[in-house]
Design a protein around this ligand. Structure first.
Ligand SMILES: N[C@@H](CCC(=O)N[C@@H](CS)C(=O)NCC(=O)O)C(=O)O
Length: 104
């Protein structure tokens, strides 16, 4: 089984990399670079996400593709956190990131 994170630089996709690292799940990164002038994602990302957004998680064994960082965290098919602590840590992390960006 291979997990691929379709990762855009300077994006919330970092949360998913953090998640997989914390869970010690092996994964590969497919990198996409933002356009230096517009800061938009490159068109190639639309091959995996209709709106060209990141993060996207792909399971090459099941051919499942999940978009939306919240959904990836809530329903990570091959690497479901098995302990409530793992789930709690993930949400704490997301919450603190949102707070840093001015959301309450
Ligand atoms: N609600 C989505 C938002 C996805 C999203 O907007 N991603 C941004 C990066 S944080 C993106 O791909 N932007 C590139 C673009 O719009 O061209 C999620 O949480 O995954």
């Amino acid at each position: 089984m291979t997990i691929i994170v379709h990762h855009l630089n300077q994006s919330r996709s970092h949360r998913i990399l953090w998640l997989l690292e914390e869970l010690e799940v092996a994964y590969e990164i497919k990198e996409y670079k933002r356009n230096g002038e517009t800061m938009m994602a490159p068109p190639e990302l639309k091959m995996v996400h209709p709106l060209g957004k990141s993060p996207v998680l792909e399971n090459t064994e099941t051919n499942e593709i999940i978009a939306e960082s919240g959904a990836i965290v809530e329903v990570p098919p091959p690497h479901q956190p098995t302990t409530p602590i793992a789930q709690c840590d993930i949400h704490t992390c997301l919450l603190s990131l949102l707070r840093k960006r001015g959301f309450s």
